[in-house]
Design a protein around this ligand. Structure first.
Ligand SMILES: NC(=O)c1ccc[n+]([C@@H]2O[C@H](COP(=O)([O-])OP(=O)(O)OC[C@H]3O[C@@H](n4cnc5c(N)ncnc54)[C@H](OP(=O)(O)O)[C@@H]3O)[C@@H](O)[C@H]2O)c1
Length: 340
C-alpha cells in the first residue's frame, strides 16, 4: 500500500475558502479507531455554508460530513469491526445514543475544526460507524448520514408518523426527497413543493401524493390547506426558514408537527407562532441524529428497499464541480463524489 493519500482541503485564499487537492501521509488509527479507504462522499447544503464561513472553519479543513468506505486497518482494541467491513460514519461522531448534547455541535465531520470525508483515507472512532447493508453501494450509503437521518429523525423518531398521515416537504433536495421516500414507504401521503414543474413531475413518479410549484403558487400554504380539505398537513419538514415559516405554521394541521430543520432562505426566522397554540400544534427542533438512529434508518431502508436518489456522481478530482452544481440548486436529490 502506498503511504500517501489525497484529500481536498478548504484553504483560505484571503477572500474565500477554496477547495484544493493535497497529498498527505495515510494516517494511523489509534486505539479504538479504524482507518477507512473511502468509497464515496456526498454533498449537503451545509457544505456550502461551511465553505462560506471562513470565520469558524479552520484553514485546511477536509470538508463533507457524509461518506462511506471500507475498513482497511484497525487500532488497538477494536472488536466491533473487521478488515473489509463496509461502513458509513455518523454526522456527529460523538452522538451515539440518547439525548443530544450540544457540545457535539462543534464535533460534526467536515465543519469547524473537525475534518470530514472528502479524502481517500479517513480515521473514525469505532463507535461512530454503522454497517452498510448488503445490496447497498458505498455511493448510496454516503448519502445517508446527514440528509436521510435528518428526515428519519424528524418523521419517525420525533414525529411519530403513521400510515395515512399527510406530510409536506419543501423542495427536491436531499432532506426533502428522503422525507418523501421514507414517508410514502409506510403509506403516508406526501405533498412536495418545488420551483420546477419538471422536478415535480419526477416526484409524482416517485409516489408523491400532491405537488405544488412554490414559484407559480407563492401562497402554497393555501393550496396545501385546500388539498387537505382545509384541515392542514400533519408533518412539515421546514427547510426554507424566514421565507417559508409563517406559511408552514398556516399549513400545519391541528396536533401537527413542524420539524425545524432548514435555513435555505436564511437564519433569522421570526415567525408568528401564536397560531400553533390554537391548533395544539408543535415545532420539533431537529439536529441530524445519533448513531443508533442511523442504524434504525438503515434497517428501515433495507426492509423497504428504498434506494437514495442520486442525481449525479462526480470523479474525485471533479469535487469542485459537484460544489458548483449544489450551489446552482439544479440537482434533484443527492450529489455524490466517487472516491475509490
Ligand atoms: N437541522 C439539521 O439537522 C439539518 C440537516 C440537514 C439539512 N439541514 C438544512 O436543511 C436544508 C435542506 O438541506 P439539503 O441538504 O437537503 O439541501 P439541498 O439538497 O441543497 O436542497 C436544495 C433545494 O431546496 C429547495 N429550496 C430552496 N429554496 C426553497 C424555498 N424557498 N422553498 C422551498 N424549497 C426551496 C430547492 O428545491 P427546488 O429546486 O425543487 O425548488 C433546492 O433545489 C438546508 O437549509 C440545510 O442546511 C438541516
Amino acid at each position: 500500500m502506498t503511504s500517501s493519500s489525497r484529500q481536498f482541503q478548504l484553504l483560505n485564499s484571503g477572500s474565500a475558502l477554496v477547495l484544493e487537492l493535497k497529498s498527505v501521509q495515510i494516517p494511523t488509527p489509534s486505539a479504538g479507531q479504524v482507518l477507512l479507504r473511502m468509497g464515496a462522499a456526498s454533498l449537503n447544503y451545509r457544505d456550502l455554508l461551511t465553505q462560506g464561513d471562513s470565520a469558524s472553519t479552520k484553514d485546511g479543513l477536509v470538508p463533507l460530513s457524509d461518506g462511506a468506505g471500507t475498513v482497511i486497518a484497525l487500532g488497538a482494541g477494536v472488536a466491533r469491526w473487521k478488515l473489509g467491513d463496509r461502513v458509513m460514519a455518523n454526522f456527529f461522531p460523538g452522538w451515539v445514543d440518547g439525548a443530544f448534547n450540544p457540545t457535539q455541535l462543534g464535533n460534526a465531520f467536515g465543519g469547524g475544526t473537525t475534518d470530514g470525508m472528502l479524502a481517500e483515507h479517513v480515521i473514525v472512532d469505532q463507535s461512530s460507524l454503522v454497517a452498510v447493508p448488503e445490496g447497498m453501494s458505498l455511493e448510496e450509503a454516503s448519502t445517508l448520514p446527514c440528509a436521510a437521518l435528518t428526515a428519519w429523525h424528524a418523521l419517525f423518531e420525533r414525529g411519530g408518523i403513521k400510515a395515512g398521515d399527510t406530510v409536506l416537504v419543501q423542495g427536491t433536495g436531499g432532506v426533502a426527497l428522503f422525507g418523501l421516500q421514507l414517508a410514502t414507504a409506510i403509506g403516508a401521503k406526501v405533498i412536495v413543493t418545488s420551483s420546477s414543474d419538471a422536478k415535480l413531475a419526477r416526484v409524482k413518479a416517485m409516489g408523491a401524493w400532491q405537488t405544488i410549484n412554490y414559484r407559480s403558487h407563492p401562497d402554497w400554504e393555501k393550496v396545501a390547506l385546500d388539498l387537505t380539505g382545509g384541515r392542514g398537513v400533519d408533518h412539515i419538514l421546514e427547510l426554507g426558514g424566514p421565507d417559508t415559516y409563517d406559511r408552514s405554521i398556516a399549513a400545519i394541521a391541528p396536533g401537527g408537527k413542524i420539524a425545524q430543520i432548514g435555513v435555505l432562505t436564511g437564519f433569522a426566522s421570526q415567525p408568528n407562532i401564536l397560531p400553533l397554540q390554537f391548533k395544539n400544534a408543535s415545532i420539533n427542533g431537529i439536529c441530524v441524529g445519533s448513531v443508533e438512529q442511523l442504524k434504525r434508518l438503515v434497517q428501515f431502508m433495507a426492509q423497504h428497499q428504498i434506494r437514495p436518489v442520486i442525481d449525479e456522481q462526480f470523479a474525485f478530482e471533479s469535487a469542485p464541480e459537484a460544489y458548483a452544481q449544489l450551489s446552482a440548486a439544479t440537482h434533484f436529490g443527492k450529489l455524490v463524489v466517487k472516491i475509490a
